[in-house]
Design a protein around this ligand. Structure first.
Ligand SMILES: [Fe+2]
Ligand SMILES: [Fe+2]
Length: 175
């Protein structure tokens, strides 16, 4: 597995705004101390791996924070974003639990799974627990949580549309 390939996620024009070294270090540390790499086996949004999605969300979160010049804790922001979907199961498995409750319950499952591996700060827990707002009704308490919540929506929409295009329209039009 080429870890470095995950250190260069969505390419944005203002890449220089992002401290890639800190981003890479945090990512590599989590890969060592948690089961984060397992999440590349699960896909969502019609084809993006959970690992790629988490890296995208972390990257966009840093990008937004830098762009808006937010006074933010970048380490907790990146860690929370990388672990926000750390639920370690395939949400497409047709169990009753997954069918009914995945959308609302996966944030708390992600916190439980992450805490089995490492200790999380209150802010990191809040980032993970609140990222599904407004679906989960619990309002993000910090700027970091709010940014990750927003980045998750942006990345999900982007991934959804690019995957639908690749899967259906590209084949229809060009193959
Ligand atoms: Fe999620
Ligand atoms: Fe997500």
């Amino acid at each position: 597995m080429d870890i470095m390939s995950y250190n260069q996620p969505v390419k944005l024009k203002t890449q220089s705004k992002i401290d890639l070294e800190m981003f890479s270090q945090t990512f590599n540390q989590l890969c060592k101390n948690t089961r984060l790499l397992q999440t590349r086996a699960y896909t969502h949004h019609f084809g993006t791996s959970l690992l790629r999605h988490s890296v995208n969300v972390a990257y966009v979160s840093v990008f937004i924070s830098k762009l808006l010049r937010l006074n933010i804790d970048y380490l907790q922001l990146i860690r929370g974003a990388l672990l926000h979907d750390y639920y370690l199961y395939d949400c497409h498995e047709k169990t009753e639990e997954h069918k009914k409750h995945h959308l609302r319950r996966h944030p708390s499952k992600a916190v439980i799974a992450a805490q089995e591996d490492i200790s999380l700060t209150k802010k990191e827990i809040d980032i993970i627990l609140k990222h599904m707002f407004p679906i989960t009704f619990s309002i993000p308490k910090s700027k970091e949580s709010l940014v990750v919540c927003l980045s998750d929506k942006i990345c999900s929409i982007y991934e959804l549309f690019t995957n639908i295009y690749k899967r259906f329209f590209y084949k229809l039009l060009f193959v």
